[in-house]
Structures are given as C-alpha cells and as structure tokens.
Design a protein around this ligand. Structure first.
Ligand code: GLN
Length: 203
C-alpha cells in the first residue's frame, strides 16, 4: 500500500486524507521536511494558494518540495494545489511563488465573481461516466504545453471548453475538488499513478 502525504499547512486536508483511504492507500499529513521524506507521493489540497505559498516557505518546505518534485515524486493538486503545481500563474500576486512541475499557465479565480462556486458533471479521461466537479473560486488552465495531457474540460456555460484537469507524467491536477464530492475515482486514478511509479522505480 503506497503512503500518500497530504500537505497540511493550510486547506482541506482532512477531506483528502479520507478520500485517499477510500481509494485504497494510506494517507498521512506532511508539515515538515522529515515527514515529506517518508511519503511515496503528495497531495496538495484546495485552500488559498498565496497563503499556502507563504506557509510552505515559512515551514522550510519550499526547497524540499521542489527537490522531491524534480526527482519525479507523484503529486496531485486540487484547486489551490493545482496553482502550486503550475509553472506559471497568469495573474500572480507580486511575490507569489509556485512549486511548479506542470508546464501550464493557470489563472486564479478564473470563473469570475458572479460564479464563485458551481458544480457540473463532466467527462474525465480515465474515469467511466461523468464526475461531479465542484468548483470553489477555482482556477482554470489557460495554457498547457504539448507534453501535458488534458483530462477534462468545462462542458457547459460561458466557460465551456476551459481546461480543468491535466496530467503530465506523475503529476495530476484538477481545478475542482473531488475530495468533497464523496466520489473517490479521481483519487483512485492518482493511487494508480503512484502504484505504477513505485513499480517502475524513480526515473
Ligand atoms: N482561489 C484560491 C486560490 O487562488 C483557490 C480556491 C480553492 O482552492 N478552492 O488559491
């Protein structure tokens, strides 16, 4: 059973721990470099990316996280976690940094103030049927390089066609929050990615 850490400096940590367990892996919180060293993979939860960035640096996790990601550790980011994994932010706060890894540009709070939060059933590559996607002040992926696989797009309304789920090698990210919907298939997909990575060994 792989051990999947959930970055626990800020955000909806408990929901991800629960989803990871439901998806058949062991979940544990990560707040310190030595806890990071003990996990096979990491989830970066939803929350607030500027706050998360500040806390990651305050907890001396920025360097260790970047090192593990560069070494090929699988990671999954939902919402603010997607922003943390993005190489570029379209509208970053002046001193906002990300961990990077995904060759994408994200736009924060992209769906606008009028639609703070909404839900939609969307198709998700690798998952049968549809997934209930819950968006809360969500980012979208404004640009993705050719090495990035697009897994899901918004299907209805003015934002139809916008990219909201991507994968690049062992990195997975969603604009929405599968951890709060009670449907653990996206976490299941991530656990599969982690299992394959453990079998293949570190690239
Ligand atoms: N708007 C938040 C940010 O920029 C993300 C919201 C979320 O994670 N639900 O970090």
């Amino acid at each position: 059973q792989p051990t999947i850490g959930v970055l626990a400096v800020q955000g909806d940590v408990r929901e991800h721990l629960h989803a990871v367990q439901q998806a058949g892996a062991q979940g544990t919180t990560v707040r310190r470099p030595r806890e990071l060293a003990e996990v096979d993979a990491l989830i970066i939860p939803g929350g607030e990316s500027t706050t998360m960035d500040k806390l990651v640096r305050a907890f001396d996790l920025h360097g260790p996280l970047r090192e593990r990601l560069a070494a090929g550790m699988p990671a999954y980011g939902s919402c603010a976690g997607m922003i943390m994994l993005a190489d570029r932010i379209a509208d970053a706060r002046p001193d906002q940094q990300t961990l990077g890894g995904l060759d994408i540009t994200v736009r924060r709070n992209a769906f606008g103030r009028q639609v703070d939060s909404f839900e939609e059933d969307i198709h998700f590559a690798g998952v049968d049927g549809t997934v209930r996607a819950i968006f809360i002040r969500a980012p979208w992926v404004e640009e993705a390089s050719e090495s990035v696989e697009v897994l899901a797009r918004v299907e209805e309304g003015p934002a139809a066609g916008r990219i909201v789920a991507v994968r690049q090698g062992p990195l997975l990210a969603t604009s929405f929050h599968p951890e709060v919907s009670g449907d653990h298939r996206v976490h299941g997909l991530f656990v599969e990615i982690v299992r394959n990575y453990l079998v293949e060994g570190k690239q």
